[in-house]
Design a protein around this ligand. Structure first.
Ligand SMILES: Nc1ncnc2c1ncn2[C@@H]1O[C@H](COP(=O)(O)OP(=O)(O)OP(=O)(O)O)[C@@H](O)[C@H]1O
Length: 227
């Protein structure tokens, strides 16, 4: 079995601000194997979210090569953008679970239906969807819509969606950012339990040093040249 989940080489990304180029990622490399976890740390604006977006295909690097779950994305490849988009979309639907700051819940679906939809799209059973909501302590909110619950409860629903899809790789941007300390500890424990049980990879961006120390590896983007 191939254990490498993700390899990135020579990633560069710059944005333009007030017509000036702002280098965010410069010649960045990283590698993740099955069962490993990586904490992305660094000061605000150092590029953590940008890197997570690149690692799931929501943002294009200016240069670099990515190998993600057996798929290769190379900025120099002649492949049409739409083909790469389709490969990224398929990875996000079935194999990469993404937990971002503004939890991607469908507003017209209840929390439970959001979790069920995510499981279905990933080809997983819908049988344990209510159970995931219970485990994240929002079982009694299953029939509510996203705009009828708090930001922290939405974030837990987003985690339930990711758990239900049983991904090979989880990307999480401040997964405990809007949770109180007690709930954050509970969610963190579940995140690492799930990772240990399924042997999936986990990359998370965090300002929480305690959460970062629970990961097997750490990459401080505050030290990237140009940031
Ligand atoms: N679309 C964009 N256009 C211009 N600049 C951008 C864009 N997106 C991000 N940036 C800039 O790129 C830099 C990195 O942003 P990013 O959101 O990746 O940082 P971060 O480390 O996740 O920050 P935080 O910890 O505050 O969430 C910042 O200076 C940001 O202002």
């Amino acid at each position: 079995m191939v254990d490498s989940l993700l390899t990135a080489r020579g990633l560069n990304k710059q944005f333009r601000s007030a017509n000036q180029p702002v280098a965010v990622l410069s010649n960045l490399a990283l590698h993740l194997e099955r069962g490993e976890s990586l904490a992305l740390t660094g000061r605000s604006g150092s590029g953590k979210t940008t890197l997570l977006n690149i690692l799931c295909g929501l943002e294009k690097p200016d240069a670099g090569r990515l190998q993600v779950l057996g798929e290769v994305f190379d900025s120099r490849a002649p492949e049409a953008g739409s083909q790469a988009e389709a490969r990224w979309a398929s990875l996000r639907r079935q194999r990469i679970g993404v937990v971002f700051q503004d939890a991607n819940l469908m507003p017209a679906l209840s929390l439970l239906d959001n979790v069920r939809l995510r499981a279905r799209l990933a080809g997983q059973s819908e049988a344990d969807c209510q159970d995931w909501l219970e485990r994240l302590d929002i079982g009694e909110l299953a029939e509510r819509y996203p705009d009828q619950v708090s930001g922290g409860q939405r974030q837990r629903a987003a985690l339930a969606m990711v758990f239900a899809m049983k991904p090979a790789l989880i990307l999480a941007d401040e997964p405990t950012g809007s949770l109180d300390r007690h709930t954050a500890e509970d969610v963190t424990r579940q995140l690492f339990d799930l990772q240990a049980r399924h042997g999936c990879g986990l990359i998370l961006a965090t300002h929480d040093t305690e959460l970062a120390t629970r990961c097997s590896h750490r990459l401080d983007l505050g030290h990237q040249p140009g940031t």
